[in-house]
Write a protein that binds this ligand. Structure first.
Ligand code: PGA
Length: 250
């Protein structure tokens, strides 16, 4: 019913040549991707335009890792949603835990970014996730609930553009994953929160899992009822490894 998404977050990796090669190698494998899976990659800003142009007609869609919380003006180093849109990018990740915790983005700033993207009619891959201390202290559901506020007062027609990614911070880049049961428990909680506001529409929302997804754990996690694919960091930097994860979502 919900079409799965597997998205690769390249983070701050890859030289120009490496990025081109990775994109081309992945596109070359697209015949092997299940037809019921959408494939996205999020390269660094500087490669977006070129890869998006190369990828016209490819099943591997190019998205951004971030965007500015302001519309335009004196914000040195920032890239706005409208700039992304002007080069044909239709989707961006917002609220990734590295943005929240390394760069100190507040819930308010994340909300502003969501609104900037929606104003451009772009899709938002909206990330939430608790830290290890929060899970150990038992506040993980409250933390996720607070983070979800950024997308809980949208018009239903705008909410359609939201894809949620649950990424427990303790599982990102650590080699440790949430168990399939822990993932399902949180995904079902997230869907119930969305349901309180958006009703049946929330059954259409894709909720991705992220945090050390690898070929050997992907199918078990993706097999859970409320898990609609994954947001993949490290394992998306190798085309054949990432392709295995894509196949696991079919
Ligand atoms: P990881 O990263 O797969 O390397 O854990 C996931 C993410 O940060 O999106």
């Amino acid at each position: 019913m919900r079409k799965s998404i597997v998205a690769g977050n390249w983070k701050m990796n890859m030289s120009h040549v490496e990025a081109l090669n990775l994109y081309k190698s992945l596109s070359a494998l697209e015949e092997s991707f299940p037809s019921n899976v959408e494939v996205l990659v999020a390269p660094p800003y500087v490669y977006l335009n070129e890869l998006n142009n190369i990828g016209k007609g490819s099943r591997v869609k190019v998205i951004a890792q971030n965007c500015a919380s302001n519309e335009s003006g004196a914000y040195t180093g920032e890239v706005s949603a409208s700039m992304l849109r002007s080069i044909g990018i239709n989707s961006a990740i917002v609220g990734h835990s590295e943005r929240r915790h390394v760069f100190g983005e507040s819930i308010r700033e994340v909300t502003e970014k969501v609104l900037m993207l929606l104003k451009q009619n772009m899709q938002v891959v909206f990330c939430v996730g608790e830290q290890l201390s929060e899970r150990k202290g038992g506040s993980h559901f409250n933390v996720i609930s607070d983070q979800l506020q950024s997308v809980l007062s949208l018009e239903p027609s705008l909410f359609e553009k939201i894809v949620v990614a649950y990424e427990p911070v303790w599982a990102i880049g650590t080699g440790e994953t949430a168990s399939p049961e822990q993932a399902q428990e949180m995904h079902s909680f997230i869907r119930s929160k969305l349901n309180e506001v958006y009703g049946k529409q929330s059954n259409q929302t894709r909720i991705l899992y992220g945090g050390s997804v690898k070929p050997n754990n992907a199918s078990e996690i993706f097999g859970k009822q409320d898990v609609d694919g994954g947001l993949v960091g490290g394992a998306s930097l190798d085309a054949s490894v990432f392709a295995e994860i894509i196949k696991a979502a079919g």
